[in-house]
Design a protein around this ligand. Structure first.
Ligand code: HAM
Length: 431
């Protein structure tokens, strides 16, 4: 059998490919990225790009040693003569904050709004919407702890999702407090779960030891049963005064702007860098356990990565594949892809280079394609239609001698004679 792509990866394919689905359609990925770009750049976000692989320590210290990502899902990069201490990035935030610190971006007006997109890598158990290489759109605001920034970030996420036409989505908003609030909550959870150790899965036991909050986020059904039985108090009950006030302000802004959200006291998130505001975006069609987007504040991350100063930050990222699955479930129609404005074919072999030259000369204004071999009229028009062209033209010896083209509008059948020199003008007005 011919070599296949690795498990948990997908090819993004051109329109017209057999068996194309929305989450493998390259044009759909482009559409989501462009829509996000429009919304985010109007809010002042600038594009940033960082490497696909980073020092393993960046992820271990940033994302956190108790997370599934670091414990089970890292792709390590080895190459000849190297120590093998790099990993393929599992998410974008730690790398962006590293880039902010390393490149002195603090000197730019604060808060700095950044956005990026690209592939992320996690060696997960593969299932629908859970891949080993997936793609995120990521928005980060660095340099302000103001609750107004949190509220704006959430509002922008809702704007992006609305611009994409999604309907059945819910923002589930919570707060995981300051480090001391989390420590108190973890102590409470440890005391609550320790007497029931024998009922926890191996994974649950490991979570209880390393970071009890992570139990609540676990996937083992037995653990989830125990959680339900024990009537576990939510993190929100443990917020200190400052974190509670901050959370109250975020909610007040969202309420005043009419941004829809639900308070979810049980939000814990799967990465260690979060503090205070944390949220997820869910969709009924994609399944309760699979968020479309996750986000939150990470005021301690810069210091975790070695910065002497604290640098507050907040952001979110959505998985484009999951978003596309949700769009499919909501029946969202993407704009159809457009074919060339003009398809040009020569009827005799000696005029093929002329057709090519005319086609290439008109590409400053429109998409123009040409036939690489001489074609009979029937074949040329059939090919033009298969490509979805608006106009088609044939060059015969008469047209070549007179320097004109007879353009046929494929839908209406209308015919227009245009000189080769006027072609660009014609296409810019009629394509
Ligand atoms: P996350 O919750 O780990 O957060 O991932 C964000 C989104 O990426 C998820 O909601 C999901 O749509 C998508 N995603 C994650 N893992 C997979 C997977 N294996 N297959 C398909 N899609 C997946 C972060 O990554 C944080 N960096 C978000 C953030 C930005 N927080 C602050 N700033």
């Amino acid at each position: 059998m011919a070599i296949q792509r690795p498990k948990g990866t997908q090819d993004h394919l051109p329109d017209g490919s057999p068996k194309l689905s929305l989450d493998t359609r390259a044009a759909a990925f482009q559409y989501v990225r462009q829509t996000a770009q429009r919304v985010l750049e109007r809010a002042g976000a600038q594009f940033i790009d960082t490497p696909l692989f980073e020092e393993a320590d960046l992820v271990k210290r940033g994302v956190g040693g108790s997370t599934d990502i670091v414990r089970k899902e890292m792709f390590t990069v080895y190459y000849f003569g190297d120590h093998g201490g790099y990993i393929l990035r599992p998410e974008g935030t730690a790398g962006l904050v590293r880039a902010y610190l390393q490149n002195g971006l603090k000197q730019l007006p604060a808060p700095l709004k950044l956005w990026t997109h690209g592939p992320m890598f996690r060696a997960e158990n593969v299932q629908k919407g859970r891949l080993r290489q997936f793609h995120q759109v990521d928005y980060e605001v660095i340099g302000s702890a103001d609750p107004l920034v949190d509220a704006e970030a959430i509002a922008l996420l809702v704007d992006v999702v609305r611009a994409l036409g999604l309907k059945q989505v819910k923002v589930k908003l919570g707060s995981i407090g300051d480090p001391e609030d989390r420590a108190a909550y973890n102590e409470y959870l440890r005391a609550l779960f320790t007497p029931h150790l024998d009922r926890l899965s191996e994974d649950g036991k490991a979570r209880l030891e390393r970071n009890p909050m992570r139990i609540l986020d676990g996937k083992a059904p037995g653990d989830q049963e125990l959680i339900a039985e024990l009537n576990v108090r939510p993190m929100l009950d443990f917020l200190g005064t400052e974190a509670a006030a901050h959370f109250g302000e975020v909610q007040a802004h969202l309420d005043a702007w009419g941004v829809p959200y639900e308070t979810d006291p049980s939000i814990v998130r799967g990465l260690d860098y979060y503090r205070r505001t944390a949220w997820e975006l869910h969709h009924e069609g994609v399944g309760a356990k699979s968020a479309l987007c996750g986000g939150g504040r990470y005021d301690g991350l810069a210091q975790e990565l070695g910065s002497k100063e604290a640098v507050p930050g907040i952001g979110w990222a959505f998985g484009i594949e999951r978003l596309l699955l949700a769009m499919e479930a909501d029946g969202v129609e993407l704009p159809p892809s457009r074919g060339p404005a003009l398809y040009l074919a020569a009827m005799d072999p000696e005029n093929v280079p002329l057709a090519a030259r005319i086609a290439m000369g008109a590409r400053d204004v429109a998409r123009v394609e040409f036939a690489y071999r001489a074609q009979k009229p029937g074949n040329a028009f059939r090919d033009a239609e298969r490509r979805g062209a608006t106009w088609a033209a044939l060059i015969g010896s008469d047209e070549a001698a007179r320097g004109v083209l007879t353009l046929k509008h494929l839908q209406s059948g209308e015919q227009r004679e245009v000189t080769a020199g006027d072609l660009s003008n014609f296409l810019s007005e009629n394509a």
